[in-house]
Design a protein around this ligand. Sequence first.
Ligand code: PLP
Length: 732
Amino acid sequence: MFYFSQQLGLDLEELEEIEEDAGLGNGGLGRLAACFLDSMATLGLGAYGYGIRYEFGIFNQKVVDGWQVEEADDWLRYGNPWEKARPEYMLPVHFYGRVDHTPDGIKWVDTQVILAMPYDTPVPGYKNNTVNTMRLWSAKAPNDFNLEEFNVGDYIQAVLDRNLAENISRVLYPNDNFFEGKELRLKQEYFVVAATLQDIIRRFKSSKFGCRDPVRTCFETFPDKVAIQLNDTHPALSIPELMRIFVDVEHMDWDKAWDITKRTCAYTNHTVLPEALERWPVSMFEKLLPRHLEIIYAINQKHLDVMAFVYIDRLRRMSVIEEGDCKRINMAHLCVIGSHAINGVARIHSEIYKKVIFVGFACLGPISNTNLFVVFSPFVLISQKIGEDFLTDLSQLKKLLDFVDDEAFIRDVAKVKQENKQKFSAYLVEQYKVKINPSSMFDVHVKRIHEYKRQLLNCLHIITLYNRIRKDPKKSYVPRTVMIGGKAAPGYHMAKMIIKLITSIGDVVNNDPYIGERLKVIFLENYRVSLAEKVIPAADLSEQISTAGTEASGTGNMKFMLNGALTIGTMDGANVEMAEEAGEENLFIFGMRVEDVEAMDKKGLADIIFVFSFRYNAKEYYDRIPELRQAIDQINSGFFSPDDPGRFRDIVNMLMYHDRFKVFADYEAYIKCQGQVDQLYMNPREWTKKVIKNIACSGKFSSDRTITEYAREIWGVEPSAVKIPPPNIPRE
Ligand SMILES: *Cc1c(COP(=O)(O)O)cnc(C)c1O
């Protein structure tokens, strides 16, 4: 690649700058899927990644006057050199219509047909012989779309209406961890599932395992040859769609079809936040996917029949169908019933999920955890010490522990970090005309903006630091540059207000002559993969401060650890395992544990008899802690919004009276812990030693390791040993 680009007079780094991000996901979940594809290729596992080729990916975030403004992500404008359309594999997808129960079978008829056009992108493994395929579907109107045979008069309208059909793959829904029950989203979910399953079954039938007799394929070996991993519930329709194909199209009997479906599918749960769970109105299914609704009812009936013997009291909680004013389909329950393996994404998350789901589903198999991660931007330095093998076997980073006391190595690691900080500072100047102090501590908090991720807790720390410097300007302070970045879902009012608060705090702090170089607050516009690749290697401190029990795993946390930042975080998600691997003393862990949070939420007896209990009461912290009260009063009184003093009323009101994520309860511990961060930062040598220990202990967080576990424990597949000779060497 380098050779060719040089020959063409092009610089590879310049090309990389110009390249558009393929922003086809919302946050951690999508980024993780991309890492998994990379790992499967690198491990020599033959696999396909399926998804939608959105014409517009996640919006580009602009900050105007401190507010988020969304701009369409027209990433295909200049074409996409990495993809190849495969019209020969185009497939029909059906919507709407009705179900005909005829003597010779069940037929889904009078449907509207949309075509799914596949675009393939190669996924090469690292220095091996494997190139896998990511196949993304694009919606295409059939030529006769909206053109009934005798209806030529509406020709123009019919052609214009082709856009309606093609809207299915137009744009990614920009919610992270939030369910919005829009029909177009349900169409997208069925579209990718229907096209993908046809593709898989076509491939199975054309293989020698399809053991075709002249009349029908036998699917006995299907689960041995095909494993479908459901990345959250978004492709949950795979379960009823497989059943529909097996029963209605292939005329298999129900029980056999169910057995094959269940042995084929496995489900990864990504969150326990109730607002993220997909619960589709039955009425939407009735209209869009009438046959699937029947199948889901049948799946549920059989499931409840079996359960009735064992858990008579739990039937309602275990049902796929939720009764009520609006009858809904619970997609997570469907996945749990229709899969042979269920896993969470970090140990703590799997434990919590077990409790949630086991309330009803105790009869099901174990819920495992498989945790992640991330392609590493290699330190040349590390290769000098331990060779290059760690790139394909991250556990070898452990060898770095031999060098924690090597003074030359400590200096070199610190130097690399300083260079990265310098480089990122230059980037901010060049791109945004923002000047920061490269020798200040880079305190980085980048991820989607969400109440549960508690960017507001970070804001309270910034304000507290600001007030302390103002109060006692003669004291010496560790200079900090706090950088916060992330997109707010366009319909998430509180998240957008949080962005405005961050930028407003920045306006006050950055322009206060009393503060000077000691504290700067930067909002990093348009946080995305290409910006993550720049900022994470430059970070000193990684903020991972979600309320314990809310972040399923997080993946940003591991990226920072691997790239030489120290973590300030709660015992949540994968932070727990990071602390376990590196030793709790090598992270800055603070605040409530899951048990503490649960105890505060305890309902029942304590409430009724009003005995002493630790119910969360924000007001109590506000009354007791003067620095917290001062910060809140400033936000509330317009100190950061003199042009509109009441602007942040909603935020203050939420924090004081209905904060589900208990920001105030962790305030004191967080501020104290940040003090310990400052203390250590004043001793660069000790800081860097902890950095080295962290990197050395981050080997577990390789997506290669995770995929190896998936392959062995869930899919039952082995790496392929097939070696193909390079194309320029003739075969013997
Ligand atoms: C890793 C990553 C995320 C996920 O970050 P979390 O801290 O785990 O929420 C989101 N967006 C981008 C661009 C990422 O690279």
